[in-house]
Design a protein around this ligand. Structure first.
Ligand SMILES: C[S@@+](CC[C@H](N)C(=O)[O-])C[C@H]1O[C@@H](n2cnc3c(N)ncnc32)[C@H](O)[C@@H]1O
Length: 249
């Protein structure tokens, strides 16, 4: 089993694969304005096992194309959608954000929680705009500095991991320069990182290690995740996911 297979095995059993919560999804949805009688076309990019997809399907009158690179996540999304009686509204699609098989102006809403970083924020907002109808919406969460100053070690870590990290003011400017108008912004609370994402993940460590017979590779995956969680706990006052909701001009 490769390290990637192990990471997928650890994450696929979790409610979600990144920081976020139903409360955050609902809050971002509250900035949108669609006529209730109109069925809209939605793309949920980097959907994982569907933490947010099920909420979107419940709240919107929509047909949702739920895209992820990994079939293992989509399989669980399929099961969850069926169990929730939502499978007629959710269409899982295995595809890469690097090469999306969409047509111009296909969607009324593009949603992406904790996943635009896979192509990078600037590239994502530029490329995805083509798939949006004029006047339609983009809603993405993205790693963001939440203070003006921070310790050198957290700055160095994130500049190495994801150099596109920046304060919300810069991300909003990028949206504006690329033909969007911001309609809403907030950032995720520690509860969305710890209670909704890291704690359930950590609870799964013993079973994960048992499934993989305490292998060295499995222990390394757990150690890497523990280090990530400790780093967040230490520096949570400086970064979070910002949730950006914007309208295509
Ligand atoms: C941090 S997780 C977020 C998942 C989900 N949106 C959530 O918040 O629970 C990032 C997701 O992006 C997916 N992903 C990674 N690279 C991708 C790519 N090139 N194209 C599509 N999805 C990708 C991963 O499989 C994963 O499900």
């Amino acid at each position: 089993m490769t390290e990637l297979d192990l990471i997928i095995d650890l994450h696929k059993r979790a409610e979600r694969q990144g920081p976020g919560s139903q409360r955050d999804t609902l809050r971002a949805l509250s900035f949108l304005d669609f006529p209730p009688d109109k069925e809209i076309a939605v793309a949920d990019l980097g959907c994982g096992t569907g933490g947010q997809t099920l909420t979107l399907a419940r709240e919107l009158n929509a047909r949702i194309t739920a895209v992820d690179l990994f079939p293992e996540f989509l399989e669980i999304l399929r099961e969850r959608a069926a169990a929730a009686g939502l499978k007629d509204f959710i269409y899982p699609l295995q595809a890469s954000m690097e090469e999306l098989p969409f047509e111009e102006e296909q969607f009324d809403l593009i949603w992406s929680e904790g996943a635009i970083y896979n192509v990078g924020f600037e590239r994502g907002i530029q490329e995805w705009k083509a798939y949006l109808k004029p006047g339609s919406y983009l809603a993405v969460s993205e790693i963001t500095w939440i203070t003006d100053h921070r310790p050198d070690e957290v700055e160095a870590f994130w500049n190495r991991e994801y150099p596109e990290i920046s304060p919300a003011s810069r991300k909003i400017k990028q949206l504006e320069s690329n033909g969007y108008t911001l309609v809403g912004y907030f950032y995720l609370s520690p509860d969305s990182w710890l209670d909704q994402y890291y704690r359930p993940l950590r609870t799964g460590f013993p079973a994960f290690l048992a499934r993989h017979e305490q292998s060295e590779a499995a222990q390394k995956v757990v150690e890497d995740h523990r280090a990530e969680i400790e780093f967040y706990e230490q520096y949570r006052d400086y970064y979070s996911y910002g949730f950006y909701v914007a309208r295509k001009n």
